[in-house]
Design a protein around this ligand. Structure first.
Ligand code: TMP
Length: 204
């Protein structure tokens, strides 16, 4: 590892178990004395916290374009104010969702133009890319059960929407095999984490 740090992103459909895994990895790296920084999208910056509230809890109509641009505004602020700074300080930045969420949700699931989303992601991130991305792949039925009854605006979309998201992530993994590692997340938590640990141990 160089002194520039690392940028690792965690992706998957709602209920895939990635938030549990990001916390486990954070603990594991801290025990090994790595300097980590845990963050999320949307909501990893001050402006982002307000955008997260709108994106997940606004009750009226939200246009697909407004939704897309709010996720990107959150990302632009987060990358410049938080992510780049921490990676450049030599930290391992663990980010719960990033560019691939927009391609999977606003592209594959909502039907947005993927080429345009790629261009917007490029603008929002200033070309700053994750070193590694974990995609937690889980059967859509199991994921829906894990989400439970208390659903936010995105989670309220039905199972067909979430199947498209899963398909989108698997397509992304085929397209970027060096960056994106697919983790079988149908298994118990410790077995899922074993897969993550194996990949991380190889990188560090
Ligand atoms: P989460 O923090 O619980 O994963 O919730 C974030 C929600 O926002 C989740 O349903 C995925 C969705 N999302 C998008 O639709 N597009 C994006 O670009 C991002 C970052 C998240």
């Amino acid at each position: 590892m160089t002194n520039k740090g690392l940028f690792i992103t965690f992706e998957g459909a709602d209920g895939c178990g990635k938030t549990t895994q990001i916390n486990l990895l954070n603990e594991y790296l801290k025990q090994k004395n790595y300097n980590t920084f845990l963050t999320l999208e949307p909501g990893g910056s001050d402006i982002g916290k307000n955008l997260r509230q709108i994106l997940l809890h606004h009750e009226g109509f939200v246009s697909d374009t407004a939704e897309l641009l709010m996720y990107l505004a959150d990302r632009a602020q987060h990358v410049e104010a938080v992510i780049m700074k921490n990676v450049n300080e030599g930290k391992i930045v663990l980010c719960d969702r990033h560019i691939d969420s927009t391609v999977a949700y606003q592209g594959y699931a909502r039907g947005g133009d993927i080429e345009k989303i790629n261009q917007l992601n490029e603008i929002a991130t200033q070309g700053f890319k994750p070193d590694v991305t974990f995609v937690f792949d889980v059967d859509s039925e199991i994921a829906q059960e894990r989400v439970g009854k208390n659903k936010d605006r995105m989670e309220k979309e039905g199972i067909e929407f979430h199947k498209k998201i899963r398909f989108g992530y698997l397509e992304l993994a085929k397209k970027y095999p060096n960056r994106i590692k697919v983790i079988n997340s149908n298994l118990p938590i410790d077995e899922v984490f074993e897969q993550v640990k194996k990949i991380i141990d190889e990188i560090l």
